[in-house]
Each structure stands twice: as structure tokens, then as C-alpha cells.
Design a protein around this ligand. Structure first.
Ligand code: THU
Length: 128
């Protein structure tokens, strides 16, 4: 199985664990780090909606907690059960913090895996 298909499959498993009683939108993320570890995350919602964390940021923050501040994302995949989309704008900004412009993000489009680079997803991101 290719690395991207494996990550998409793991993202789907993570999506099934989402805590999404408010939107009923179950999202999963799986990412491979430069060190070779895989981390997953799902969205976790809150009755105070703004406190919700997206699947992508959940996975990334877990990766940093495990690998430390040098964590770099090698590839990332996102899936929502019954929906198809690339990461939201807020998550793109967070992904960019830990990735090169060439890093590929995988998601589904009409049922098929497609990838976009971070340069394509966030061409003029904020950097300091
Ligand atoms: N969501 C994600 O987990 N990732 C995204 O990239 C887009 C949105 C979640 C947040 C919320 O729980 C639900 O999807 C609906 O917006």
C-alpha cells in the first residue's frame, strides 16, 4: 500500500473517533513526521463552539508533544466521513509552521486521493 493511501486509511479510522455532537462532521487526520512516526487526530468539539479543535491541529499538537519543537511534517492526510475537503485555513497556517512549501497534503476529491503542496494551499501564509 502506498504511503498516502495508508495515511488516508488511518485518517478515516481517526475520523470515526471524532467528538462531534454539534456539527456531526467527523474529521480525521494522519501524518508522517520527518523522524518516521505517524500521528493521528480527530476533531474534538465543545458546547462553546469556538473551543473546538480540528483533526489536523489535534494530530500536529500531539506530534509536537511526542517529538518536541523540532517536529517536521513529511506528509499529511485528512478525511471527513461523508464529505471531501482540504484542511481549513486555520489548519493550513498551523501545518505551514511545521512543513516546507513542497510538503504534500492528501485528501479525497470525488472519492479519489489527490494531493496539493503547502505552497498551493497557503501561497501567502504569515511567517516571522
Ligand atoms: N474541521 C476539522 O476537523 N478540520 C478541518 O480542516 C475543517 C473543519 C472540524 C471542526 C468542526 O468540528 C467540524 O469540522 C465542522 O466545522
Amino acid at each position: 500500500m502506498s504511503a498516502s493511501l495508508d495515511l488516508l486509511e488511518r485518517a478515516k479510522v481517526a475520523a470515526a473517533k471524532a467528538y462531534a455532537p454539534h456539527s456531526h462532521f467527523q474529521v480525521g487526520c494522519a501524518m508522517l513526521t520527518a523522524q518516521g512516526n505517524i500521528f493521528t487526530g480527530c476533531n474534538v468539539e465543545n458546547a462553546s463552539y469556538g473551543l473546538t479543535i480540528c483533526a489536523e491541529r489535534n494530530a500536529i499538537f500531539h506530534a509536537v508533544a511526542e517529538e518536541g519543537p523540532g517536529m517536521k511534517i513529511a506528509t499529511l492526510a485528512v478525511i471527513a466521513l461523508g464529505h471531501e475537503f482540504p484542511p481549513c485555513g486555520a489548519c493550513r497556517q498551523v501545518i505551514a509552521e511545521f512543513a516546507t512549501p513542497e510538503m504534500t497534503v492528501w485528501f479525497l476529491r470525488e472519492g479519489k486521493p489527490v494531493s496539493m503542496t503547502m505552497a498551493e494551499l497557503l501561497p501567502a501564509g504569515f511567517r516571522i
